[in-house]
Design a binder for this molecule. Structure first.
Ligand SMILES: Cc1ncc(COP(=O)(O)O)c(C=O)c1O
Length: 438
């Protein structure tokens, strides 16, 4: 890797979800990446324990992906997918649906997880509209959920600080979250005990009437809220309750998709198939932005059959199915297959779990949660400064050569799926040192 002079940072760039003023007083910059490592502009290696932002599942700058993007950029930079198509977008769709539970056999391309969430919600509403039930407009989300930042995803999200400045949003109801620290603290994998979501869903149904509800959307494992693993059978119970009330079920698999849990999708891990499944991030190994929304045959056919002629769904993005993203996704799928990455997590997960839980006795650690290759270490918050300890941990770990993600005072880990046991040990060693320094 070559080093360039450290670039200057200033307020001309407004960073997302960032304390910009604090950042500018001590910028954390990454300039290169390869495999499991980032590098700072001054050449310091940073072990990546977060796959960038839950997305670089196959490791950084994989030659096969780099070459595929570069080849495609020279061959055809862009082609519209409005009333046009190109071979790669069809090839990619065909390859992707082979990975999906059998009933999810149509895919609509977007450019991000937020766009995937909004697209899924619009598909749900338009599906009901097309079937003569336009009054089905209400969405049910869940507390502590993150479905991105579009007005749709934000509406069904359940992180109050994300919503505070942006109301009024779409009408919605939220199911209770499943984090029950009194009963679940330091649980490995899925907690054995939890509320049946059917009861809460039934209350919402009684309040509004099932005939007014478009869909229920959940992350199978809540990621951004700090890796909240659902209790055993929770998703099965939710699926059953949706079926009993005739409601569509949407899984947001933007984080859990593409091998994160040691199975291709969380739908496989939990053995529950939603009607709509959203993805992004790992789809292209994050090398080119892309999202994808998978729908069941019956939903797709309903659009085809309920539109007399012309366009069946008035929705799409200029960059839906962008050729460079398609090339990146196809190369990523090849790598997944060649290296078994969609299931590698299942072999590594027990080791990862033991490593994380070895931090249990450290001061300030109030909970550790994990499933597949996702983990969280919750730190005790300072009463007047929620999130300050998390930020201090992020900074310290970065100084020690490790990239972690913090959400409030919780450290979230989601390493690339190519991680070795030695790198897991290194991750935990640096986190230990980090926590002991706080
Ligand atoms: C579950 C989930 N949905 C949606 C999103 C939004 O994705 P994006 O940032 O690509 O818009 C995220 C991002 O972390 C996510 O975790």
């Amino acid at each position: 890797m070559t080093h360039r002079a450290a670039p200057s940072t200033d307020p001309s760039c407004w960073l997302p979800f960032t304390a910009n003023r604090d950042f500018l007083s001590k910028p954390r910059l990454l300039s290169h990446a390869k495999g499991m490592y980032y590098q700072t502009p001054d050449g310091r290696p940073i072990l990546d324990a977060t796959a960038g932002l839950w997305c670089v599942n196959a490791g950084h700058c994989r030659t096969e992906i780099v070459e595929a993007i570069s080849r495609q950029a020279g061959e055809m930079d862009f082609a519209p997918t409005f009333q046009m198509g190109h071979p790669l977008v069809f090839q990619l769709a065909q390859r992707l649906i082979q990975k999906m539970p059998a009933s999810l056999n149509h895919v609509f391309f977007t450019n991000s997880g937020s766009e995937s969430a909004d697209t899924a919600l619009k598909i749900a509403r338009a599906y009901h509209y097309g079937r003569g039930e336009p009054q089905r407009s209400l969405f049910v989300g869940r507390e502590k959920a993150y479905h991105g930042v579009g007005f749709g995803g934000l509406s069904v999200g359940g992180l109050p600080r994300n919503k505070a400045a942006f109301g009024p949003l779409l009408q919605n109801e939220l199911l209770p979250h499943t984090l029950d620290q009194e009963h679940h603290r330091f649980t490995r994998g899925m907690p054995a005990w939890g509320e049946d979501p059917a009861e809460a869903l039934n209350q919402i149904v009684q309040k509004h009437g099932a005939e007014r509800i478009a869909a229920v959307i959940v992350e199978p494992v809540a990621g951004s809220a700090g890796v909240i693993v659902p209790p055993k059978n929770y998703l099965q119970q939710l699926r059953k309750a949706c079926d009993q009330n005739g409601l569509l079920l949407i899984f947001d698999e933007v984080i859990t998709g593409f091998g994160r849990l040691g199975t291709p999708f969380a739908a496989n891990f939990f053995d529950v198939t939603p009607d709509i499944l959203t993805t992004a991030k790992g789809l292209t190994n994050a090398a080119v932005p892309m999202g994808a929304v998978f729908v069941s045959d019956s939903i797709y056919q309903s659009f085809m059959n309920n539109t007399e002629e012309g366009i069946e769904f008035f929705h799409g993005y200029t960059y839906s199915g962008h050729p460079l993203a398609c090339a990146a996704a196809l190369a990523t799928l090849e790598l997944h297959e060649k290296e078994g990455l969609l299931t590698r997590g299942s072999e590594l997960a027990p080791y990862f779990e033991d490593a994380l839980h070895s931090l249990k006795e450290l001061p300030l650690v109030t909970d550790i949660r994990n499933v597949g290759m996702m983990g969280a270490i919750e730190l005790q918050s300072q009463p007047e400064h929620i999130g300050a300890r998390g930020m201090a941990a992020l900074q310290k770990a970065f100084d020690l050569g490790l990239l972690i993600r913090t959400t409030g005072d919780t450290i979230a880990l989601s390493p690339p799926l190519i991680i070795s046991k030695e790198e897991i040990n290194m991750t935990v060693k640096i986190i230990r040192e980090t926590i002991l320094s706080l």
